[in-house]
Design a binder for this molecule. Structure first.
Ligand code: FAD
Length: 302
């Protein structure tokens, strides 16, 4: 959070990027290319998602520590409750602290395999992200972020209940939140205003919008299904027109429209006072850097 202020003090709009843990050596090389490319663009922080598989988990902790140690970037480690006992969560936080990783995005996590399937608490674990926030707070001096859902979380019965639990999670000790990627800026504004109305103190905490520049119609439709994000009909039509009706979608045209959509969303979010923009990169730097360039958010000389 200090980093958001520091970037703003330089007269720049802060941004952050999200990486995924690499699965193998080749993926790790790709991740490092993206890390080094973004390093030159001076993001406020970079976050590393946390997966369900055991070996990926070890790799995630190691790579996050390496980013802290060998780059100028500030890593934020995602921490999920799913399939972990409390003592495992304590041990994980210990490993992060040993590597000087002091920023965590606390999540409950989805059931591995089927994100929309039944959520089962680990017999010695925790059920909600708010409980993990409390645990992390007890463990020491960490900066804590949580997840927010502009369209409401898919397990919440309605938007009012969703806002109530979200404010509760912030109250448990989170400093800020990052949203699920979304494509309708009105949804972000609705959440922001609803939290501010329900609890002005929590509403004052930064709510960082998550943006994913679209580079393929097929993959964004699949990703939107997995994360339950809706793509507004006008946007879908724009992308469909660019994709064409051939057997293969016109990737270059879809990509150009995707960059344009992300740029327009960014412009509106900045005009609305968003505290930073968070980009889901899938470990590729190019699309995000084009959007940053369009928005005039790159440091001078990059
Ligand atoms: P919670 O805040 O615990 O909420 C889960 C549900 O429980 C909600 O419906 C909420 O309204 C409800 N709820 C909360 N408190 C209560 C209560 N006291 N009583 C009844 N109901 C309650 N997943 C991963 O596995 N790895 C990642 O790295 C990862 N990164 C993410 C990053 C971002 C920015 C976002 C937005 C999501 C990420 N996710 C990740 C996905 C996330 O783990 C899932 O969306 C999960 O379903 C919700 O997590 P949460 O932390 O918001 O859960």
């Amino acid at each position: 959070l200090d980093r958001l202020d520091a970037v703003r003090a330089e007269g720049r709009m802060p941004f952050s990027v999200e990486f995924m843990p690499p699965r193998d050596e080749e993926g790790e090389a790709r991740l490092w290319r993206a890390v080094r490319t973004f390093e030159r663009m001076d993001p406020a922080f970079v976050s590393m998602t946390y997966g369900a598989g055991g070996s990926t988990r070890d790799r995630t902790v190691r790579v996050t520590g390496e980013i802290a140690e060998t780059t100028t970037l500030l890593p934020v480690a995602h921490l999920t409750a799913v399939n972990h006992s409390i003592s495992e969560l304590r041990a994980l936080m210990g490993s992060y602290a040993d590597q000087d990783v002091r920023n965590v995005l606390v999540l409950r996590g989805d059931p591995p395999g089927d994100p929309l399937g039944k959520w089962v608490r680990h017999p010695a674990g925790l059920k909600y992200a708010s409980e993990v926030v409390e645990l992390v707070r007890e463990l020491g001096d960490f900066h804590v972020g949580v997840a927010a859902f502009p369209e409401g979380h898919h397990r919440s019965p309605d938007l009012d209940t969703d806002v109530r639990y979200f404010a509760n999670k912030l109250r448990a000790g989170a400093d800020y939140s990052i949203t699920q990627m979304f494509f309708d800026v009105d949804d972000y504004l609705r959440l922001r205003d609803a939290v501010a109305a329900a609890d002005p103190e929590q509403g004052a905490k930064p709510l960082i919008p998550g943006i994913m520049p679209i580079t393929s119609l097929k993959s964004v439709v699949r990703m939107a299904e997995l994360s339950n994000a809706k793509i507004p009909e006008a946007m879908r039509a724009e992308l469909r027109a660019a994709a064409g009706d051939g057997p293969e979608e016109n990737r270059a045209a879809v990509r150009a429209v995707g960059i344009d959509i992300a740029t327009r969303m960014g412009e509106r979010l900045i005009a609305e006072g968003a505290p930073a923009l968070h980009f889901c990169t899938l470990n590729f730097a190019k699309a995000t850097s084009e959007v940053l360039e369009n928005l005039g958010m790159l440091p001078v000389g990059v």
